[in-house]
Every structure is written in C-alpha cells, then in structure tokens.
Design a protein around this ligand. Structure first.
Ligand code: UDP
Ligand code: MG
Length: 303
C-alpha cells in the first residue's frame, strides 16, 4: 500500500459523503486506503460511512465508543495505517485533498514530513485567528521545539515517522508537537485554507483551550518553575525591606509603628521561602513528568 489517508470524523453527516467522493476522485490513480475514524458521532455519520465503504474493501472505518477527541482519532488511525506514506486530513474539506499530490511529490524527493502551511484562513473568526496566532508564539516561547507557525494537523508523514509516533506511550498527545519532536527531514507546502463546506466547527473554545494546554504542558515544564523565580525575587525584595525598616527604626524611631518592620519582613521572607520550595518541588515534578512520558532519548534516522 502506498498511501494511507486518515480522516477523523465527528458529527459530519452533512459533508461526509462529499468528503469521501472528493478523496476517492482525487486519489483514483494512486494506490491508497482511506481510514475514517468516527470519533463517537451521535448523528448519522456512522451509518452513512458504513454504506459508503461497503464496496471499497481496502478502506477502513474505526468507530470509537464515544467522543475521545481529534488527537485520539489520529492515533487510532495511525495504528491501523499500512501505507508507506500517511496523510492526515480533516473531514470537512477545509484541507484541500488536491494538495496531497504536491505532498507526495515532496515525499518522493526525500522529505519524511510534509506539512501543509496556511497562507490564508478563510471563513474563520477574528477570535480564532488571533488565538491561533498567540498560541503559536506562546508555545514557541515556552518550549524548545519548533512548531512551524500556521500549520494544522494536515500533513504527510513517512512510515518511519508514524512507526516512531506509534511507539510513544504518552497519553496526552499533541501531535503537531510530537512530530516536531521526533525530527527527520521536513518541509512545507503552502495552501489557502478553505471555508468549511457544511456543518459547524466541532472545536468549541473549550476543546481549543484544552488542546492549547496539552500542547504547552506536554513540551514544557517552565510553568512549574515559574514560582521558583517569583520566590527568588520576593526573598530578595524582603532583604531590601529588612534593611530599610531597620534603618528607619533607628533613624526615625518616632515615626515607625512598633512591630511593623519585623512583621513586614517576616511576611515577605516566608512568602519567598514558600515560593522557592514550591519551585524546587516543581523542578522535581518536571523531571518525574519527563520520565513518565517515556520518550526515547534519541531517534536514529539511519545507522
Ligand atoms: N473532530 C473529531 N473529534 C472532535 C472534534 C473534531 O474527530 O472531537 C474532527 C472533525 O469532524 C473534523 C476535524 O476533526 O473532521 C476538524 O474539526 P473542525 O473542522 O471542527 O475544526 P476546525 O477546522 O474548526 O478547527
Ligand atoms: Mg474544520
């Protein structure tokens, strides 16, 4: 099998038939399998898909028992994919299937990850655009993996990359980040993101926020260490206050309220000490977290 195309689907009854026929038409002269991952749809998506796939035995349908989310759907699709190249694509035709040819071309040139980079986003709210913009900048600042800006999950991956992804045991999977973390030779192809052809976005703010938090926390322990820095800062301030209040007490004893100096310094000092201690815990918890994720120490390309 040359190509596996993974399509996560959640409540897309209005559009799934046209997604299916567009993909089949586009890939007619390429040896391929379509893997639809029905992420616990509650509408007629499942029966429509079952009917569509009846006469194409190479295609697969994975039904989840409930909604487990987009990222889980990719993981399931990748476990079942047998192609030499694997493409993941949204099921709402926002990602143009015609781009797959260009991706395959790059793949044949030797790139192992070909991501689709958005030139333009059509039909998306200002809020979605700004939050996406901010998210990519924040994650870039907090982590040391380079997620190319303005890429979604629409991408082609070589078999070796997918095999590595399948081996990673960690549970909260932020695929865009993991693919970057794994390495290998990457390139992008530009495209204009179309509007959704039918239905509404299945990514409400709640899910988007969850994804953003997953993305940041799976690749950075910086938030755990912030309290250490704040603690260091407040303890330093407390020493300044200490010196100043003692100085005040001896130079202007008539204006200082008795007990004020000692009270102030104690509060700030212990506040700082507590923050530092939490920061030290954070340092260790960060390490435990890294161990628990059980990512390999390195990945070999060719030896
Ligand atoms: N999707 C999914 N599970 C979910 C949410 C979305 O499988 O919990 C699928 C959805 O059916 C679509 C793709 O993921 O094929 C992208 O979702 P959507 O188009 O709603 O996201 P947006 O393009 O608005 O970011
Ligand atoms: Mg969409």
């Amino acid at each position: 099998m040359l190509l596996s195309v993974i399509v996560p689907i959640y409540n897309e009854e209005e559009i799934i038939a046209s997604t299916f026929s567009t993909l089949e038409k586009e890939l007619a002269d390429i040896e391929h399998e379509l893997i639809f991952v029905n992420d616990g749809s509650t509408d007629n998506t499942r029966s429509i898909l079952e009917a569509l796939l009846e006469h194409t035995p190479q295609n697969k349908l994975i039904n989840f028992s409930r909604n487990f989310g987009h990222q889980a759907a990719f993981s399931a699709g990748m476990q079942h994919a047998i192609g030499k190249a694997i493409v993941i694509i949204d099921g709402d035709l926002q990602d143009p299937p015609s781009l797959i040819h260009e991706m395959l071309q790059k793949w044949k040139e030797g790139y192992q990850v070909v991501y689709a980079q958005r030139k333009k986003r059509r039909g998306e709210s200002l809020f979605k655009k700004t939050s996406a913009f901010l998210f990519y900048r924040i994650i870039h600042f907090l982590t040391n993996i380079e997620i190319p800006p303005d890429t979604g999950d629409f991408r082609l991956m070589d078999r070796v990359v997918v095999d590595q992804l399948n081996k990673l045991p960690e549970r909260s999977r932020f695929l865009r980040g993991l693919v970057c973390w794994i390495g290998f030779k990457k390139t992008g192809v530009l495209y204009e993101r179309a509007e959704r052809k039918a239905g509404v976005s299945k990514y409400p703010f709640r899910k988007m926020f969850r994804l953003a938090i997953d993305g940041i926390t799976s690749f950075s322990t910086t938030p755990l260490k912030i309290s250490f820095l704040i603690g260091l800062f407040t303890t330093m301030v407390s020493f300044v206050v200490l010196v100043w209040s003692i100085y005040e007490k001896f130079t202007h004893p008539e204006t200082t309220v008795p007990g004020w100096a000692s009270l102030m310094t104690t509060i700030i000092f212990f506040g700082g000490v507590q923050l530092i201690s939490i920061g030290i815990l954070g340092e260790y918890i960060g390490r435990i977290y890294d161990e628990v994720k059980q990512r390999p120490l390195y990945i070999e390309d060719k030896t």
